[in-house]
Design a protein around this ligand. Structure first.
Ligand SMILES: NC(=O)c1ccc[n+]([C@@H]2O[C@H](COP(=O)([O-])OP(=O)(O)OC[C@H]3O[C@@H](n4cnc5c(N)ncnc54)[C@H](OP(=O)(O)O)[C@@H]3O)[C@@H](O)[C@H]2O)c1
Length: 274
């Protein structure tokens, strides 16, 4: 999938000259950063793995003749969030994509609570601080774009990924409301809620996905939706999965998600073996 030249121009003129992409060292963030560089935006790439970011930064600079920079910061820490904001302050940023995030799986009460707190900090707290900062910046400039990564699991409770799904419900709700609050200031907010995507996510969340989209299958629809809608279910698989549950009551969706997620988590696989 490719962006048309008109789309590239629209993104560059509406949201350039710099874009900040958190979680750009892998998966969805990396794909979005690549497509933005291809559209001619300079990219500030964030992640924790500095070496991976340096390699990506060099690659994008050479392929697309744009300026690139990196910021390595752990968003589970206050210091990391401040480092990210400090790096962001040095660039004329017009677009922010909050893609950094991870999931946990299994029975919530049996998980490591420190991991859950870290996930809450990265997926919700750091994202909120970032969006608050850029909400102020962009409203002052009367322009800007914000893309938040929620998930289709954020639309109902999800047994065996209970807390991860709750963090994504937070992101979805925040994004929907900010799209309305910031619109009069000329600031576009888009919340993207993908279904399963193959990336580093699966391994970190200890999940086994039976079907998944590639990051390139969702990146272009997400970028095209910015400024045109407030939520996107990117990719055919996402639309199919969410659409097939549309008429199901919320309590029943939770039970269906229990089945779906149960088949994907180590917890359920262990029960089946035993
Ligand atoms: N994959 C899916 O099925 C799926 C579906 C719906 C929504 N999402 C959401 O999409 C977003 C991107 O996920 P992905 O699929 O692209 O996963 P991924 O390939 O694992 O990428 C996650 C990114 O987040 C960064 N990150 C993780 N923990 C961090 C921390 N403590 N501090 C700073 N950065 C951190 C990682 O950087 P380092 O590796 O350098 O630390 C990496 O760049 C996430 O918010 C995820 O919840 C994913």
């Amino acid at each position: 999938m490719k962006l048309s030249s008109e789309e590239k121009l629209r993104l560059k003129t509406s949201y350039g000259p710099w874009a900040l992409i958190t979680g750009a060292s892998s998966g969805i963030g990396l794909e979005l950063a690549t497509r933005l560089a291809e559209a001619g935006l300079n990219v500030l790439l964030h992640g924790r793995r500095a070496l991976a970011l340096l390699r990506i930064s060099q690659d994008l600079k050479e392929r697309f003749a744009v300026q690139t920079d990196i910021v390595s910061a752990d968003l589970a820490t206050d210091d990391g969030v401040q480092e990210l904001l400090q790096a962001a302050r040095k660039k004329p940023i017009g677009l922010v994509i909050a893609s950094a995030g991870f999931g946990t799986s299994g029975l919530f009460h049996q998980g490591n609570v420190a991991d859950e707190v870290n996930m809450l900090r990265v997926n919700c707290e750091a994202l909120m601080v970032l969006v608050h900062y850029f909400g102020n910046q962009f409203t002052r400039q009367n322009r800007g774009g914000i893309i938040l990564l929620s998930s289709m699991v954020g639309f109902q409770g999800v047994p065996y990924a209970a807390h991860y799904a709750a963090t994504k419900a937070y992101v979805q709700s925040l994004g929907e409301a900010l799209a309305v609050e910031l619109k009069p200031y000329g600031v576009d907010v888009l919340t993207a809620a993908p279904g399963p995507v193959s990336s580093g996510f699966e391994m970190r969340a200890n999940l086994k996905m039976n079907m998944a989209m590639r990051p390139d299958q969702i990146a272009i629809p997400i970028l095209k939706a910015l400024g045109r809608q407030s939520t996107i279910l990117p990719g055919f698989l996402t639309k199919f999965l969410v659409g097939s549950l549309r008429t199901v009551p919320r309590w029943a969706k939770v039970l269906i998600m229990q089945k779906v997620m149960g088949g994907m988590t180590a917890h359920q696989r262990i029960i089946e073996i035993v």
